[in-house]
Design a binder for this molecule. Structure first.
Ligand code: SAM
Length: 291
């Protein structure tokens, strides 16, 4: 019986009296092609360390461990520990950590593994993310400056669409600009909801986020850039002249000057600005607010 089959999941549930938790986003993959798409997309080399978020019963974990030097999987559900011990029994290169990924010091973990000499290659992050905290997990990884090459993750299709959106549309927002600031974004696969147990209400997509070596725009102060994005999209129906008023303590009149100097029509809205334009605005805001 294949581990990723609905029958294997049923068997595990029965033998361990395990109940799939909706609140932990437990929708398990039952399709070999999707597992292959994710591990192929993660581009795992034989000397690499893979960090997996939310291994569940270990289907992606096993596939990654066949390719990587070392796999460290972080799973919050204590009830999955004995199950993973059984499903991954044949591997000697897997470490399971029973912890909340939001409370995990990922860079510390990477350094610990490197210091132990458990891998010599790159670090690839991978996972079929629990839907209820997809965005917080992504932002935590990026804002903490995670020292990894790439992040290959499955998520709700709607979130993937927002992340890869270009300026001009309704789905382009703070999340698009923030993720695209840190990474290049590529969609690896579309995944229909039918391949999960239990079946969620929505389809999924796999994105590969490749961390940039350097910032795509020149910024005087990164925190001002993010404040402008947050404030601009926070009131996205307003013109930039109105939505940005108050950012870094600037008055409406000063925001008018900022936009004129940045060459942006004050009547435009945040969703029409590309990253270069946000950077131009943010650098002017930094200048006017003495940052
Ligand atoms: N990787 C498995 C698969 O693809 O079949 C399971 C994916 S399931 C969508 C998400 C997994 O993340 C579940 O095993 C769940 O228990 C785990 N999880 C949920 N919240 C978590 C958290 N805060 N930290 C770590 N793991 C979490």
């Amino acid at each position: 019986m294949k581990l990723y089959s609905p029958a294997a999941i049923r068997d595990i549930k029965d033998r361990y009296d395990f109940r799939l938790s909706k609140s932990l986003g437990q929708n398990f993959i039952t399709d070999a092609g999707v597992i292959e798409d994710i591990v192929d997309g993660a581009d795992i080399a034989p000397e690499d360390l893979v960090i997996e978020i939310g291994p569940g019963i270990g289907v992606l974990t096993a596939a990654a461990a066949e390719r990587a030097k070392r796999v460290v999987a972080v799973e919050i559900d204590r009830k999955l520990m004995p199950i993973l011990a059984e499903t991954l029994v044949g591997f000697d290169n897997i470490r399971i950590i029973n912890q909340d990924i939001m409370k995990t010091d990922i860079n510390g973990l990477i350094e610990e593994e490197r210091a132990q000499g458990s891998f010599t290659g790159d670090v690839k992050i991978m996972g079929n993310l629990p839907y209820y905290i997809t965005t917080p997990i992504i932002m935590k990884l990026l804002e903490s400056g995670v020292r990894a090459e790439s992040i290959t993750i499955m998520m709700q299709k709607e979130v993937a669409d927002r992340i890869k959106a270009s300026p001009g549309g309704k789905i382009y927002g703070a999340l698009s600009v923030a993720v695209q600031y840190y990474c290049t974004v590529e969609q690896i696969a579309f995944v229909p909801k039918e391949v999960f147990v239990p079946q969620p209400k929505v389809d999924s997509a796999v994105l590969k986020l490749t961390l940039r070596d350097s910032s795509p725009v020149e910024l005087t102060d990164k925190s001002v850039f993010f404040s402008c994005i947050k404030q601009g999209f926070g009131q996205r129906r307003k013109t930039l002249h109105n939505s940005l008023t108050g950012v870094c303590g600037l008055s409406k009149e000063q925001i008018g000057e900022v936009l004129t100097e940045a060459g942006i029509d004050p009547g435009r809205r945040a969703e029409t600005l590309d990253m270069d334009e946000f950077a131009a605005v943010a650098n002017r805001v930094a200048e006017h607010s003495g940052r």
